[in-house]
Design a protein around this ligand. Sequence first.
Ligand code: NAD
Ligand code: UDP
Length: 321
Amino acid sequence: MANKEKVLITGGAGFLGSHLCDRFLAEGYHVIAMDNLLTGSMDNIEHLMGRSDFEFYHCDVSKFVHVPGELKYILHFASPASPIDYLKMPIQTLKVGSLGTHNLLGLAKAKNARILVASTSEIYGDPMVHPQKEDYWGNVNPVGPRGVYDEAKRFQEAMTMAYHTFHGVETRIVRIFNTYGPRMRLNDGRALPAFISQALRGEDLTVFGDGSQTRSFCYVSDLVDGIYRLLLSDHPQPVNVGNPQEITIKQFAEEIIKLTGTDQKIVYKPLPKDDPKQRRPDITKAQEVLGWEPKVERSDGLKVTLEYFKEKILKGQQAPA
Ligand code: NAD
Ligand code: UDP
């Protein structure tokens, strides 16, 4: 047990971070999770507490990060990720993408550890190229509402590449496209939790704009597998990981209504500023470099996710006031 290699996962109590904790523990690593619980929850890692190969530290990685002893890998996943979250917490979002990333790159250098940072399809902004390939530079409004997230992530990529080229740190950059699954927060404002919780509560589904904007949704187990393969690869350039099956948001809302078996209606609300009109990953690079492609059909992934949300809502109703 004492000889297990150590992996630090920041944002470990969040949606993706907690699934990564599960995966690395299953692969036989000792996992150190760090989180300040800004948007994450201890519920996501409750099942891991008390294990001798798991440690949790409640801390803000935008401040100084200290880990005693050796570290094999670092996965930097701390950051608000839902548009509603980063609009509410613009400064924390900018800090964790910039100062937090700098701290973790410094730690990687000091420990001679390999680091993978969570970047995003948002670095392409409202894309003028479709589908999005890694060599597209993007169309981002730096001073728009989404700029706090997009620019923090663009800075994160630049800083990560600089540590790679200047300091020789082993770095990996994953550009994650919309991912869904159990452990998303019911009220995080992203389309899927919003639609499912509205349908289950008997409320109308709020589609922003006319719903013609597109997204491509990836199930969490597929994403985690892509990330795992990228970390172990020798590829320091950014790699898109996502599911290329594209759908309009209106179709997506209709799918959720059908899935939940409710007869809710769609109501249209104003489209948020700078909301990307289309988004679909070109995953040729992930296929060629990682031998990876998504396996889970949306219909299957949505069923599992729906069960999770049903249970959450039920528990919420049973919780004391
Ligand atoms: P999440 O909000 O569930 O998880 C983020 C976690 O980071 C939370 O637990 C939060 O408390 C923690 N955190 C935030 N600031 C912190 C800080 N300063 N110090 C320590 N912990 C901090 O979001 P998620 O969907 O799991 O996203 C995780 C990462 O993946 C983010 O970096 C996000 O940008 C990236 N990403 C996610 C998606 C997606 O579809 N889920 C898409 C693209 C990129
Ligand atoms: N959206 C919507 N209704 C909602 C929440 C989101 O129509 O209640 C739309 C949003 O405007 C965007 C898409 O769904 O076009 C995906 O939004 P999400 O917040 O999930 O992530 P994004 O891809 O925009 O970061």
